[in-house]
Write a protein that binds this ligand. Structure first.
Ligand code: SF4
Ligand code: SF4
Ligand code: SF4
Length: 346
């Protein structure tokens, strides 16, 4: 086969760049809408940047989220029915917020629903929406820890039997665009972590970026490689074994219950809104809200983590010693060299 023929074959196999994309954001699982609210604070990019077409090279975005939509009731749901029937002219990304209940663990009633079926008048279960939409979605994104790994509603013995989207659809689920479920955890999700992931997927759909890279827990690899501790404002205090004994101190708050050394989260570096905030940076202990083991494995929240008792004791002698030595050196460095001054260098 000639080189030209190979090139022609490859371009025939290449997916066509997407020019328009619907984003269907389902908030009807068990949650608090906190991820939707969080996302409105994003700046890298902002929601407005996306929907107003302010970013070059991405498809035109049509955004459908019940908390933010002008339309209500049947008017809002009309597009969702068409998407479920495969009748949209443009592809869509399905975003799921909230924990997915187990609707099979009881004999009557339901845990979560959105809208009613025009034919039967019965509620349409959130699980049914997911079953209808996920197989047709160009990409499926779980926003927040409830949707990614179950979160608060999936605590042990919760009667809803809640779970995250990968547990519901299967960890090997692949969307029409070829990617697994994309998980952006956090309770709520850090706004820019979410919007940056969405932007990446839109670039991918436009043919401008390769397949999104995800880790074993289906998180974007570039967002969750570090522990919070590795990017915390207070890490210098920890290294010197200088621990806060009460809130209101700028020192390391591990003794007050911070789990940062064993939590993958970037808010120490990224902040929360427009670079400002981030739990320990502003005095809040990390309770591990981005993690698959949250919340059960991080409780009770206000106690010193068991592992921290050991590690903070282990560095105590080193920390106290270097702190004393550094104080001594710092006092010396705080003085100008003795040769400076009128008449001293003559
Ligand atoms: Fe609310 Fe947190 Fe669940 Fe998001 S992850 S829906 S913020 S409880
Ligand atoms: Fe680590 Fe938490 Fe201390 Fe920050 S406050 S240095 S994350 S233990
Ligand atoms: Fe959640 Fe801890 Fe990150 Fe705060 S620092 S967002 S509690 S994982």
């Amino acid at each position: 086969m000639s080189g030209t023929a190979v090139g022609r074959e490859q371009s025939a196999m290449k997916p066509q760049p997407v020019e328009e994309m619907h984003i269907l954001w389902l908030t009807a699982a068990l949650g608090c809408d906190g991820d939707t609210i969080s996302m409105t604070a994003a700046t890298q990019p902002s929601l407005e940047d996306l929907v107003l077409g302010g970013i070059p090279g991405v498809p035109k975005v049509h955004f459908h989220n019940p908390v933010l939509a002008y339309e209500t009731g049947d008017e809002f749901l009309e597009l969702w029915h068409r998407a479920a029937a495969g009748q949209l002219a443009a592809p869509f990304i399905l975003v799921v917020e909230g924990s997915i209940p187990n609707e099979r663990n009881k004999s009557e009633g339901y845990w979560a629903a959105m809208g009613t079926d025009p034919a039967t008048g019965q509620p349409i279960l959130t699980c049914d929406w997911i079953d209808r939409l996920a197989p047709k979605a160009w990409a499926v994104v779980a926003a927040g820890t409830c949707a990614t790994y179950g979160g608060i509603h999936a605590m042990q013995d919760n009667p809803t039997g809640c779970m995250g989207l990968p547990d519901y659809l299967g960890w090997d689920f692949k969307s029409v665009g070829g990617a697994p479920i994309v998980c952006v955890p956090g309770c709520p999700v850090q706004p820019d972590n979410f919007m940056e992931t969405l932007l990446y997927l839109l670039w991918q759909a436009a043919g401008q970026a390769p397949m999104i890279s995800l880790d074993e827990q289906l998180r974007p690899t570039w967002l969750f490689p570090q522990t919070l501790h590795e990017c915390c404002d207070r890490a210098g205090y920890y290294e010197q074994a200088d621990f806060a004994q009460a809130y209101g101190s700028p020192k390391c708050i591990v003794k007050l219950g911070c789990w940062g050394p064993v939590v993958q989260c970037n808010v120490g570096k990224r902040g929360w809104m427009n670079g400002i905030g981030g739990c320990p940076n502003v005095g809040g202990i990390c309770i591990g809200c981005t993690m698959p083991g949250y919340p059960d494995k991080f409780m009770p929240h206000m106690d010193e983590p068991p592992g921290a008792k050991l590690s903070s004791s282990a560095i105590a002698i080193y920390g106290r010693t270097v702190r004393a030595l550094r104080r001594f050196t710092l006092a010396s460095q705080n003085k100008e060299p003795e040769w400076r001054g009128r008449g001293k260098s003559e």
